[in-house]
Design a protein around this ligand. Structure first.
Ligand code: NAP
Length: 282
């Protein structure tokens, strides 16, 4: 049985059905099964990584997909050590390309520590390091619906955005087949696109023109506070990560094509799949 953390998240919600389709039994973790809408073929367990009994959650697992958000290093080290004690043979961790590039922002540092804890815990490990997700562009929904406009910090670099279903497919491969033990895979899309190119592709998919507006970092921060009510600390963390990752986001890794035998999904395909999310609300 494969135990999936983050089963309701951007990667996890695609990973659970992909594993089930590959014939693997799945246990899926969520803090709130009533809201979770997890594939009914999976065993759904309620749990919180900060408070639940990890040995009970891990009982009977052959492999664990390790993904967390917030307190990444502490939570994942605890999972890795509990998995080792429970005799789980193999851990697959979702990390970030930032570790490959030696970034020093807080999120990347936490992933680097968590990778280290997983490598040292005892079970066989595989590390997946994706770059920025195409799904991050859902953050543009509000201004597109309201103003047909996208506001982008003028420091945003070209980015080889990756489709979360490609990450889920690679995760499925590493969780259900052998040959990936001790491997660390950088995962990106196949080409780097500027934000302006991304907006043009999205406009084409949505079927109406969109205005591309560059703004200063301080204007972008104010917008996040005003539109989304983000806490200042989270916004500073995001911009610290952006500053560190800016020189690296254009780098393309060929891992998805090597592992899956086909090119990565494109941003144009992502935009067509998700176009309806940007339509005006009635
Ligand atoms: N976004 C990117 O561009 C990007 C790029 C590279 C790496 N990453 C990494 O990808 C990971 C996922 O990040 P995300 O922001 O996209 O989140 P996400 O996977 O979309 O959502 C977070 C998941 O974590 C679960 N979760 C949160 N707190 C939990 C807790 N206390 N106990 C148990 N489960 C908990 C949530 O489950 P429930 O709410 O159902 O409990 C949810 O399934 C992060 O480690 C991030 O650093 C992201």
């Amino acid at each position: 049985m494969i135990f999936v953390l983050g089963a309701t998240g951007k990667v996890g919600r695609h990973l659970v059905p992909a594993l089930l389709d590959a014939g693997a039994p799945v246990r899926a973790l969520t803090r709130d099964p009533a809201k979770a809408r997890i594939d009914p073929r999976a065993e759904v367990v309620r749990g919180d990584l900060d408070t639940s009994d990890l040995p009970a959650l891990l009982d009977g697992a052959d492999r664990v997909f390790v993904l967390t958000q917030g307190h990444i290093a502490d939570r994942e080290a605890a999972v890795a050590q509990a998995a080792a004690r429970a005799g789980v043979p193999h851990l697959v961790k979702l990390s970030t390309t930032g570790v490959h590039f030696g970034q020093k922002d807080a999120i990347t540092t936490a992933h680097a520590e968590a990778e280290q804890a997983i490598r040292e815990a005892g079970p066989v490990w595989t590390i997946l390091r994706p770059g920025a997700f195409m799904d991050n562009r859902f953050a543009w929904i509000g201004s597109i619906r309201e103003e047909n406009a996208v506001y982008v910090p003028d420091t945003d670099p070209p980015s080889a955005l990756v489709h979360v279903r490609d990450i889920a497919e690679v995760a499925t491969l590493t969780l259900t087949t052998s040959g990936h033990e001790g491997a660390t895979y950088g995962l990106t899309g196949g080409e780097a696109l500027t934000a302006e190119q991304q907006v043009a592709i999205l406009a084409e998919a949505i079927g109406r023109p969109l205005k591309y507006v560059e703004e200063t970092e301080s204007a972008a921060k104010e917008r996040l506070i005003r539109m989304y009510g983000w806490p200042a600390k989270a916004i500073d963390g995001l911009f610290a990560l952006k500053r560190e990752s800016a020189p690296h986001e254009r780098v393309v890794f060929d891992t998805i094509e090597r592992l899956l035998g086909r090119p990565p999904r494109t941003f144009a395909a992502w935009a067509r799949e998700n176009a309806s999310a940007y339509h005006h609300q009635r």
